[in-house]
Design a binder for this molecule. Structure first.
Ligand SMILES: [Zn+2]
Length: 509
């Protein structure tokens, strides 16, 4: 297909703050975004999948000082940990942005200068409670009793400094009008309503610069100031597609951008970021996709609670695709979920080993024992064809609407329909015949279709099933505009029995 005629699909994750290590919450966002990107590649679209690291701010500068390194030396060291983690999770992104890159400084300067030139930034006194050891302001509610800094246990002082402010309050009506005109701008609806409630409650202008620290992007019109860390971080989405540097490229990808984010950063993305775009004269992003938290025992994971789950340890213990499958299948995207080891093992054993894996091995075993290993082709008259096509379309629609759990549920319903069909006909008791060939050809056709639908969640093993049923070409090159139609398994090649693709897991692993 000619590149110019392809639809474009730009999807992003938040950029992760380098003052920590990749945890299960990050992994959840990453796997979901990776699955959405893979789905859109199957649709034949030109996909641009962006992730990265957020590397400015006081805490980063402090950590660097503790290590005896410059901030830049320190972030160079720690950002690698994220790159390596995403490789182990099979994340196939197109660009990894770091906010300390030259390209980001250029775009932040251009973007904020545009907001300034449009009259949405002004200078005023910022007053607040300041910890001299942190060199940071605190909200009253964040302090310990007696107005003590929670980190240093010393009393904070009232401070004021001249800051630049973003005139967010003036964009309240524009934001409401934008949400009104774009009902799908934020999903799910509960999260959209949360943002609307916040906007309707009244927006205050926000301080966006600091003079009390230097580890940030300098304010182009006043070099005494640097931008506050979240303010420069949000602009990364525009940096990656060339805002202020390559306008043609920016226009190709913007504003049809989809931001995937966790609900803890809802306000930044659903209120502040669209407002910043409007103020800069740029169209707001086309869609904000908010997911819930993965809780452990009903609580948010936190270092202090000792309930942190290391995603890389999970992958090395249970295997990559069982972990990816569990993350995508267990919890409807948008709701909070509860992570458990028991749940992971149970999902993998029941749906990957017993259903998908077992269908594959039992069909191949009968082809080998009854048909000399020669795969039969899919029959157009199969009694399950219509139901399988209906469920496949349903699964595709769910992938389109960023609902991986439901997409996989419909896909596995196809497997259940097929297993019932096999149980009812007992091909393993039949002799070689056209009827036997039709039944096994139908089951092989189902394996072809389910592998395509499961591929975004479990790319490695879905491709392995694809190989074991001897499909021509790579699964990744399929185009679902026609590959989900019934009747494309051609058969004729020799199948062979192999070791199970999905070994049964146990908690003792
Ligand atoms: Zn402090």
């Amino acid at each position: 297909m000619n590149q110019n005629t392809k639809d474009r699909f730009f999807i992003t994750t938040p950029i992760y703050y380098v003052n920590g290590v990749p945890h299960l919450g990050h992994a959840y966002t990453m796997v979901a975004t990776d699955a959405f990107a893979r789905w859109h590649r199957l649709k034949g679209e030109e996909v641009f999948f962006l992730t990265g690291t957020d590397e400015h701010g006081l805490k980063v500068a402090q950590s660097a000082a503790e290590e005896g390194l410059t901030p830049k030396e320190w972030v160079d060291k720690v950002s690698v940990g994220f790159v390596e983690a995403w490789e182990k999770l099979g994340i196939d992104y197109d660009d990894f942005i770091r906010t300390t890159e030259d390209r980001h400084y250029k775009t932040v300067s251009a973007f904020l200068q545009a907001i300034y030139d449009n009259g949405y930034i002004y200078k005023d006194l910022y007053k607040g409670l300041y910890c001299v050891a942190c060199e940071a302001y605190y909200q009253k509610a964040e302090l310990l009793e007696g107005d003590l800094c929670p980190t240093h246990l010393i009393k904070v002082t009232e401070m004021e400094e001249a800051n630049y402010f973003f005139a967010l309050s003036r964009l309240q009506n524009d934001l409401l009008a934008w949400y009104e005109a774009n009902p799908n701008a934020a999903i799910p609806e509960s999260k959209r309503n949360e943002a609307l409630g916040f906007i309707k409650g009244g927006l205050e202008d926000i301080s966006i610069t600091r003079t009390s620290m230097t580890w940030g992007v300098p304010v182009p019109w006043d070099k005494e100031h640097v931008f506050y860390v979240w303010c420069d971080a949000l602009v990364n989405y525009a940096t990656a597609v060339g805002f202020g540097v390559d306008q043609d490229r920016f226009d190709q990808w913007w504003p049809s951008v989809h931001h995937v984010l966790g609900k803890d950063i809802l306000r930044f993305h659903l209120v502040w970021w669209p407002a910043m775009c409007m103020a800069a004269g740029v169209a707001p992003p086309s869609q904000l996709i908010v997911h819930g938290w993965l809780l452990v025992g009903g609580e948010k994971m936190a270092k202090s609670r000792g309930n942190k789950v290391d995603p890389l340890e999970l992958v090395s213990t249970y295997g990559l695709d069982p972990v990816r499958f569990y993350l995508m299948r267990e919890t409807p995207f948008g709701s909070d979920g509860d992570f458990s080891y028991e749940g992971l093992v149970q999902r993998s054993n029941s749906e990957l080993s017993n259903n998908y894996g077992n269908l594959l091995s039992r069909v191949i075993a009968v082809v080998v024992s009854k048909l000399h290993g020669v795969a039969p082709k899919a029959s157009p008259d199969s009694p399950i064809a219509a139901e399988v096509e209906r469920l496949a379309q349903q699964a595709a629609a769910k992938w389109d609407s960023f609902a991986p759990s439901e997409a996989l549920e419909s896909s596995w319903e196809i497997i259940r329909v097929t297993n019932s069909y096999l149980e009812a006909n007992e091909p393993w008791k039949m002799e070689e015949s056209d009827e036997l060939r039709e039944i096994l050809g139908s089951a092989l056709e189902v394996l072809r279709i389910v592998s395509i639908l499961a591929y975004p969640a479990i790319p490695t093993t879905a491709a392995a099933v694809w190989g074991r049923i001897n499909m021509d070409g790579e699964l990744v090159d399929q185009n679902i505009s026609d590959s989900l139609r019934w009747g494309q398994y051609l058969g004729g090649s020799l199948l062979e029995k192999r070791e199970p693709l999905f070994p049964r897991l146990s908690l003792e692993n």
